[in-house]
Design a protein around this ligand. Sequence first.
Ligand SMILES: [Fe+2]
Length: 227
Amino acid sequence: MALVEHMNTETRRSAQRIVGALAKSIRERDRITYEHSRRVATYAQRLARSMGWPRKLAYDLALSALVHDLGKTWIENEVLHKESALSTQERTLMERHPQIGARILEMYGAPRLIVEAVLHHHEAFDGRGYPDRLTGDTIPIAARLLSVADTFDALTSERPYKAALDCQQAAAHIQSSAGTYFDPWVVAAFLALLESWPDFLVPRHAAPLPPEPAARPNIWSHDDLAG
Ligand SMILES: [Fe+2]
């Protein structure tokens, strides 16, 4: 398994500032992506905590999730907001978003954990993902967690071209891709988490998240970026 790099306090503060500014730029450009990213941040953080990640490291993963689709802000509107199927050329363009996002984060001096999570969040466990067609454990662990959280939110969100699935339907979908698209170990942890957590879905609005329920792992809140 790829090792997860720990950030020191100064690096984490700098990452917070960078991600906070870039998340605001996503909010200005594309509200849907911004709100999706906030929910993914919460799901990814819960998942990491349930897998035994230390609180600060789970928070770093949440920061990565907030900007995982940053590269989409550089994709033209006709492609970004297209409601019908994308052409091959448009799909190729869309599939550049992890590299664009990672490059921007690198330019701003974001920590490696965040850059790598963003760069590899569309890799597939069997090597059929993008951009680098990495396989299995060669995919950074942060990206493997992010991928499950990202897909879960996409499945449980309504889009102009599809209805939202409920938690059970989304869980079944994710389970069916364990070992092909997703790391089976991460999927098992996510399904156990879903099973143990009634009302797992994050509310669909932009207000700060409710306070952390007792005896639950920390929930990331946008307020964490304010200071
Ligand atoms: Fe993405």
